[in-house]
Design a protein around this ligand. Structure first.
Ligand SMILES: C[S@@+](CC[C@H](N)C(=O)[O-])C[C@H]1O[C@@H](n2cnc3c(N)ncnc32)[C@H](O)[C@@H]1O
Length: 198
């Protein structure tokens, strides 16, 4: 299983935004919708061995965690607007204590913060913090069940890094320049695809 956790620092946790305004009113939800696209879409297929976790940290009902399961997902299209609509539907769901709620096939929502997410995933994932200045990905051997952690348009804060440091992780760089989060995801998919094919 390949996992991605995206820290959506301002991503809205209430469904009170317009689909025409996902860059502004929804707290840069456009970045997260592009991450959904990059996590799953191949030219003529979907990556079924991927799970994406959007940690929504903005607005009045934070934090919320939205999980996308490649094995179960339905009704996912490549455009940002329809993905934003799926996310907005998830944000409308009434949360239940200690369990995630399904909002549509393959999309689940729950109340979790970064510490709770890492606690949960640490049971069967190996964390990889994608960050400029880390070990070059070309010299890195990917572990089983990698779980990549990325910022959105902002890097993880010092507080978030302090939480991350409670778990073992590798810090990996994808090259000498800063990339968009979803572009990072395409690059790591490509690196792993090549190694699997070799
Ligand atoms: C748009 S960047 C955040 C801001 C960026 N660090 C900057 O200074 O412009 C989004 C996230 O992608 C990841 N990232 C961006 N470039 C990277 C690179 N060259 N290597 C590894 N991760 C990278 C980091 O997790 C970063 O927080």
């Amino acid at each position: 299983m390949i996992r991605f956790v995206i820290l959506g620092h301002r991503a809205h946790t209430t469904a009170d935004f317009k689909l025409e305004d996902i860059c502004g009113g929804a707290g840069r939800l456009d970045i997260l919708t592009r991450c959904v696209n990059s996590a799953f879409f191949l030219s003529h297929d979907l990556r079924k061995d991927v799970e994406l976790y959007l940690l929504m940290l903005g607005g009045e009902d934070a934090p919320k965690l939205i999980r996308f399961s490649g094995a179960e997902i339905r009704y996912l299209n490549p455009d940002e607007r329809s993905t934003a609509s799926l996310i907005r539907n998830a944000l409308m769901k009434k949360l239940e204590p200690d369990r995630e709620v399904r909002s549509s096939p393959g999309i689940f929502v729950s109340r979790k913060d970064l510490k709770e997410v890492m606690d949960m995933l640490s049971k069967d994932s190996n964390f990889i913090y994608l960050r400029e200045g880390g070990t070059d990905v070309r010299e890195y051997e990917f572990p089983e069940n990698p779980c990549f952690i990325l910022g959105d348009d902002r890097d993880p804060t010092e507080e978030e890094e302090a939480i991350m440091s409670q778990y073992p992780y590798d810090k990996i760089s994808l090259g000498p320049v800063s990339l968009h989060a979803n572009h990072c995801m395409v690059v790591v998919h490509n690196e792993m695809d090549r190694r699997r094919a070799a």
